[in-house]
Write a protein that binds this ligand. Structure first.
Ligand SMILES: [Zn+2]
Length: 147
């Protein structure tokens, strides 16, 4: 079975919207369906507060959706995922503030990419995953060849 790197597939839930599949383990689900999927009550108070952000932010960021859906599936998150979720949510909510510290934003973006690549990406695009791979490819250049 040959794997085509990018192709369009119908959303597996609503079977109405097409999504671009670009990753082998990407589940075919459109943004509106993944929004419905992550819109579940959370009983843990700590996580309920954490995920209680503007719905708009989830629509904007497939990263935030993937973190929430990971929590819903596994019932827990790593410290790194929690930390990055909070930072990304805060930055998306206050874009003015993050523009001031453009260097900080860049470093957060890198962490986001790394975590998005780790996480099981359920919906949306996987552009973040691709750029994370690019970042990995760039890294070894820093090491000068030793003999
Ligand atoms: Zn759908």
């Amino acid at each position: 079975m040959a794997w085509r790197p990018k192709y369009k597939q119908l959303c597996a839930i609503c079977r109405k919207n097409h999504i671009l599949i670009s990753s082998r383990n990407q589940f075919p689900i459109c943004t509106s369906c993944s929004m419905k999927q992550i819109n579940q009550p959370i009983t843990d108070e700590k996580f309920r507060k954490m995920f209680d952000i503007d719905q708009k932010l989830y629509e904007e960021s497939s990263f935030l959706r993937s973190i929430k859906s990971n929590y819903l599936r596994f019932g827990s998150l790593s410290e790194k995922q929690i930390d990055t979720f909070k930072r990304v949510a805060a930055e998306l909510a206050n874009p003015v503030q993050s523009n001031k510290n453009s260097t900080q934003k860049t470093s957060t973006q890198t962490v986001t990419n790394a975590i998005a690549a780790e996480a099981v990406v359920i919906g949306g695009n996987s552009e973040k995953q691709e750029s994370a791979n690019e970042a990995k490819q760039v890294k070894p250049k820093a090491k000068k060849s030793k003999k």
